[in-house]
Structures are given as C-alpha cells and as structure tokens.
Design a protein around this ligand. Structure first.
Ligand code: FO1
Length: 323
C-alpha cells in the first residue's frame, strides 16, 4: 500500500475508471477525488450531478457497464410516465420542440433516488460536499470524494446553429454531434473551492489529472479561482493521463473538441492544452513516437498501456502515475 497522499482531478467516466486503480493502492484517507460539477443541472426540480454520481456508481461496482453512467439493472417507470405527460403538453409536436420534450435526459428509477436524496438534503441546507460525502459513504467508497466547489458553476458551449447551450443540451440533447466554437464556465469567477479541496491539492505528494475531457470536464475544475494557479505552482508533481489514444478519444467528444478549440487531436495536443499545469503526460504505447514532441514542450512523457481493459492494467496505470 502506498504511503503517498494522492489527489485526482476528475471528470466522469474516464476518471471513474482510473480511480478504480487507486483504490487498494492508496490508503482511503490519503486518496481524494476532486470532481467536476460543470455538468450539473436542475431538471424536474432535482439537483443532478453526473460526474459525482458516475464516480460513486463506478467505484461501487454498480454503474451500468453498457452506458458508463447510471445504474446497472435500471427500470424506467418514472421516465415512461414523464414521456406520456410530455406527449400531452407537446400535443405530439416534433421531438425538436425541446421546450416540451421532458424526457430527453434519461433518469432511471434507482438513479432518481440519488437525485431525490441530494435535492432534499440541499433544500434542508446541506452543502453539495456534505451530501456527496453521505452518498459516497452509503455506497462504501474507499476514498474522499469532493465536488471542486459547492457553488453554482455551469459549463456552457457555443455552437454555430444553436448559440450558447448547456453542456447537457450539447452532450445529451445533441449527442455531442454538433461543432463547438467556444466553452465557458458560467459562474466560475464567483465560486470558491469546496472545503478540503485546496488542502488535498496542497498536501498531495502527487496530483493526477484523469483521462477526462480537457475542455469540458477538467477545465471547469481548473476554472474555480485558485485551482489552476495551485497546479501551475505544483506542476512538477502533476501528472495527466492522456484521454486521447492514437488521435482518438476512447469515449466522448474530446478529440473533436480539441480540434474545434484550436488544438490537434493527439497526445501532443493534450500536452499543449495542459502545458502550464502538468509536468508529466502519460501516453499509450501506440503514441510512443510522440514522446519526443511532448518532451520538446518541456514536459516529461511516460509511455505505457493506458487502455484500462482490465483491473490489472488499471492498477498498473495508477502505479505508473505515482512512480
Ligand atoms: N448521457 C446520455 O448520453 N444520455 C442520457 O440520457 C444521460 C442521462 C444521465 C443521467 C444521469 C447521469 O448521472 C448521467 C447521464 N448521462 C447521460 C451521462 C452524462 O450526460 C455524462 O456522464 C456527463 O455529464 C458527461 O461526463
């Protein structure tokens, strides 16, 4: 068991998978996941925190293997009721009439229990980090899971045909199939880090940036005042696992977003994206010939298998980020 204190900066699915490699390697009270909240939204009156929930469900081995989010063995009774009411209010209008499309974001019946619990806690005065700790404890998580901030921060993307829309309207509503010209983190400038976040990053022997989407999952975490500056100051102890392998994102639009936002969809593009805040980039074996270009940027490149297709590979990858 490593005696190191480790802080992992997380988005959703890719981060949750890497965290599995740290559990059992790093002491639970020395392992802190600091998660993005820019994907959060209030829907049907419920506070939904997709990246926090994806981490909880994945580490609890309860996540839907097929979807990578939500719970295994879900039923969708509540959503079916919402879909029926949606029909009524939309008068059967086309699905594009999103004002009345109430079932665009799929919430399973068990997943709804999480949102109901979180919402009632927040309405009763709990902060997001407090209710997240209760959810993590309920699922028996062996790490500390912190939202980067308790304050409202919303990732907004600008698209040519739809103007500025919320992250989930882009990611789910449009299945991230439309080009993005800009990303903004609404409210970020007036947020503060949640309790424990700065301490975890200051005390960490190693800060790991998970293989999440740089533009819409990691950058919103860095947008909370003080966080980017803290990583810049500790750049030598910060390691990022590239979310791009062989020019492609393993899941989601990270490769397209890098290009749309002016970088190349490669491990070099990732290194450039993070050049100010990381000292080391971990890249997959298939990208070994890009190591020199990364080192030319003044970063270290570490080549290993980053395809987390088994617990052993995931554990080895986690160990590599700590070595
Ligand atoms: N992703 C989808 O593509 N479609 C959905 O209907 C959907 C519902 C959903 C519900 C709860 C949740 O925690 C996540 C959900 N996601 C869905 C994934 C979510 O949009 C992404 O996990 C993140 O926001 C991006 O990392």
């Amino acid at each position: 068991m490593s005696e190191m204190n480790v802080a992992v900066v997380c988005g959703g699915v890719g981060a949750a998978r890497l965290l599995r490699g740290f559990v059992g390697l790093v002491e639970p009270d020395r392992l802190t996941a600091i998660a993005n909240v820019g994907d959060d939204m209030v829907l049907h009156g419920l506070h939904i925190s997709p990246d926090l929930d994806t981490i909880v469900y994945t580490l609890a081995e309860a996540v839907s293997a097929e979807r990578g989010w939500g719970l295994e063995g879900e039923t969708w009774q509540a959503m079916e009721m919402i879909a029926r009411y949606s029909e009524t209010v939309s008068g059967g209008e086309s699905a594009d009439d999103s004002a009345w499309d109430l079932d665009w974001f799929s919430l399973g019946d068990r997943d709804l229990g999480t949102h109901l619990f979180r919402t009632q806690a927040i309405l009763a005065g709990a902060s997001l980090d407090q209710v997240t700790a209760q959810i993590a404890k309920t699922w028996g998580l062996d790490l500390r899971l912190l939202p980067v901030t308790n304050d409202r921060l919303r990732t907004m993307v600008t698209t040519p045909d739809h103007g500025e829309i919320t992250f989930q309207e882009y990611f789910v509503g449009h299945q991230h199939s439309i080009p993005v010209s800009a990303v903004r983190f609404d409210g970020a400038e007036s947020t503060t880090p949640a309790p424990g976040v700065v301490e975890a990053l200051e005390n960490a022997d190693r800060i790991v940036v998970a293989p999440s989407n740089p533009a819409v999952s990691i950058d919103p975490v860095l947008a909370v005042p003080g966080i980017r500056e803290l990583l810049e100051r500790r750049r030598e102890d910060v390691v990022v696992v590239s979310p791009i392998v062989g020019g492609k994102a393993l899941k989601g639009p990270a490769d397209r977003l890098l290009v749309e936002l002016g970088r190349e969809a490669s491990v070099v593009g990732v290194a450039e994206w993070y050049a100010d805040v990381v000292g080391t980039v971990v890249i997959d074996d298939v990208d070994a010939d890009h190591a020199a270009a990364i080192e030319a940027l003044g970063l270290k490149a570490v080549v290993t298998n980053t395809i987390m297709s088994s617990p052993d590979i995931t554990r080895a990858l986690a160990e590599t980020t700590l070595s």
